[in-house]
Design a protein around this ligand. Sequence first.
Ligand SMILES: NC(=O)c1ccc[n+]([C@@H]2O[C@H](COP(=O)([O-])OP(=O)(O)OC[C@H]3O[C@@H](n4cnc5c(N)ncnc54)[C@H](OP(=O)(O)O)[C@@H]3O)[C@@H](O)[C@H]2O)c1
Length: 177
Amino acid sequence: MPDTVNICLIAARGRNNVIGNEGDLPWRLKGDLGFFKTATMGCPILMGRKTWESLPFRPLKGRDNIVMTRDWTYDAPGARVYSSFPAAINAARAIATRQGAPNVFVIGGAAIYNLALPYADTIFMTEVDAAPEGDVFFPELGADSWRSETLESHAAGEGNDHDFSIVRMDRVSVHSK
Ligand SMILES: NC(=O)c1ccc[n+]([C@@H]2O[C@H](COP(=O)([O-])OP(=O)(O)OC[C@H]3O[C@@H](n4cnc5c(N)ncnc54)[C@H](OP(=O)(O)O)[C@@H]3O)[C@@H](O)[C@H]2O)c1
């Protein structure tokens, strides 16, 4: 059967590749949160346990929340819990197929982006014009090539700490998975 569900990573990174600091985002970007909500709504979202615990409201509504942890006893009310990445991504694909959703979104953090990158068809990357201190980084994209298109550009102000652009990157080369 053809695999018609796209695996998308959605992330925001600084010029220095920083995506997080001390369990939180290193910036406040209202415009980016709005894009994230619109893009992911109605699609399964897959995240690591630390990102799950960083969410101000759990689960994120209108989306099947899938959480990865090595702790088989971990309780994430309102979410499905998986301990293996292939099992988690297959479950997310099956949910998307059943619901007629075009995409699965991998929403971080760094540990889960690393696991998911070889599977990614598309990356929605918010490029933040800042280089904040941080302790987690988006993985290097490696030798694979991506076709990039800027979807939106926002100026700092009105809830946005920094200028930022939202870039859609579609994989051009063959999957490395
Ligand atoms: N800027 C962005 O776009 C963005 C997006 C999301 C998150 N973030 C930030 O990123 C940071 C969190 O990222 P992180 O990398 O530290 O954590 P994470 O990826 O959210 O979660 C890591 C956890 O996932 C579980 N895990 C990882 N690999 C696994 C595997 N192979 N099998 C099973 N479970 C596995 C483990 O949970 P257990 O320890 O329970 O076993 C691990 O501790 C926060 O600062 C957050 O704010 C930024």
